[in-house]
Design a protein around this ligand. Structure first.
Ligand code: NAP
Length: 355
């Protein structure tokens, strides 16, 4: 039994480190991003994995997540700092009976191959505590970072708790073909709403309409947004799930019905910008239409986390929820994956398969 708990013995079998000790690799951010993230903003360093204390586990990353918040949040950390991020990881050594060897966890461990942590202690770099990944077979483990993880819960709680859509209402979604947006639209359809999406290519729009059942989808790079709203939502918008911010959001909010609800989820249209863009004034629309505009962070619902996962897993198993993933490969390609996602290479969730 003692063998099972010794990470160095586990490491020798699973990983060839120097002097027989387990070595992990991690990304350290050494320069604040300016514009798009660059490989030269990081260095990859090796780290010796410490021996486990009582209550701790050692994990090996299988999938790492790349998410828009990574571009937005790093300015808040003092450099140099370990890069933040979620991962699905396998427990390869354990001194915690609730987290046995062989199970998988979802943890905010950052961009690193190996992690020692005490699942009870909130992570120093992240926002969400470590959880055991429920059994999601036959679905891929990577869904723990997507529709059965943080983005899936963002869609579920953000739509249900903030937009509170009623059957027959019209929902507009920006960033509609991404991890959160494509999921919001599908839940909206299941709830009996009309769903209008905005995404960055004609192919993405075709996918939203043909595969996911969106009523209308418009390429925001080529469409006249006002015209698109007139055509797609002549009865105007009741709920707006805002993933992008900027001028398109002002245009949509000016096209809303009285007592409309806006879930402000993110503002990816400006994450790479040096200066915050100016957009058309929103207060008249908010006042005269008596809109409710609410920003949220999904960790608000951490005490209901499994409710969201179970809801989404049920829909998935019933064939009512579809997904796509953009899978990048290799720990050394994290920056390419992050930049690719920010540029819109992904439909659905962008993840990196570590090996
Ligand atoms: N509040 C929370 O707790 C929470 C949790 C998760 C995510 N979020 C936010 O939700 C939003 C979506 O996140 P996600 O994880 O689902 O990412 P995602 O949509 O899967 O990926 C990002 C997408 O953003 C789009 N994009 C890039 N630049 C853009 C621009 N200038 N204007 C409009 N769209 C642009 C790209 O798609 P196109 O090809 O369509 O441009 C890209 O695929 C982000 O704003 C994120 O910060 C918030």
């Amino acid at each position: 039994m003692a063998k099972l708990f010794n990470p160095y013995l586990m490491g020798k079998r699973l990983y060839s480190g120097t002097s027989g000790k387990l070595l992990g690799r991690k990304y350290v951010l050494t320069k604040y991003f300016r514009g798009e993230p660059k490989a030269s903003d990081f260095k990859i360093v090796e780290e010796q994995i410490p021996e486990l204390k009582e209550g701790e586990i050692l994990t090996e990353a299988e999938y790492l997540s790349v998410d828009p918040y990574m571009r937005a949040y790093m300015i808040g950390y003092k450099l140099p700092t370990d890069m933040i991020g979620g991962q699905v990881a396998k427990i390869i050594a354990s001194r915690n009976k609730d987290f046995p060897v062989g199970k998988y966890v979802v943890g905010a461990f950052g961009w690193r191959t190996h992690t020692v942590c005490s699942p009870k202690v909130p992570p120093s770099l992240g926002f969400l505590p470590t959880i055991l990944l429920p059994n999601i077979e036959p679905h891929p483990l990577s869904l723990g970072l997507g529709i059965l993880g943080m983005p899936g819960n963002t869609a579920y709680f953000g739509l249900k708790e903030i937009c509170k859509p009623e059957p027959g209402e019209t929902i507009a979604i920006t960033g509609a073909a991404g991890a959160v947006g494509s999921h919001v639209g599908q839940i909206g359809k299941i709830l009996g709403c009309k769903v209008i999406g905005f995404a960055g290519s004609d192919d993405k729009c075709e996918y939203l309409k043909k595969e996911l059942g969106f009523d209308h989808a418009f390429n925001y790079k080529t469409a006249n947004i006002r015209q698109a709203l007139k055509e797609g939502a002549p009865q105007r918008i009741d709920c707006y799930f805002d993933n992008v911010g900027g001028e398109i959001s002002s245009t949509i909010m000016n096209h809303m019905n009285k007592n409309g609800r806006v879930a402000v989820c993110g503002s990816i249209s400006s994450y790479n910008d040096e200066k915050l863009p100016k957009v058309s004034i929103l207060q008249p629309a908010i006042v005269f239409k008596e809109l409710k505009v609410e920003g949220f962070l999904v960790n608000r619902w951490f005490n209901r986390w499994h409710e969201g996962i179970n809801f989404n897993l049920k829909l998935l198993n019933e064939g009512k929820l579809k997904y796509q993933e953009k899978v990048y490969h290799g720990f050394d390609n994290m920056v390419d994956a992050l930049v690719g996602m920010l540029r819109g290479e992904n439909t659905g969730k962008a993840v990196v398969k570590v090996k």
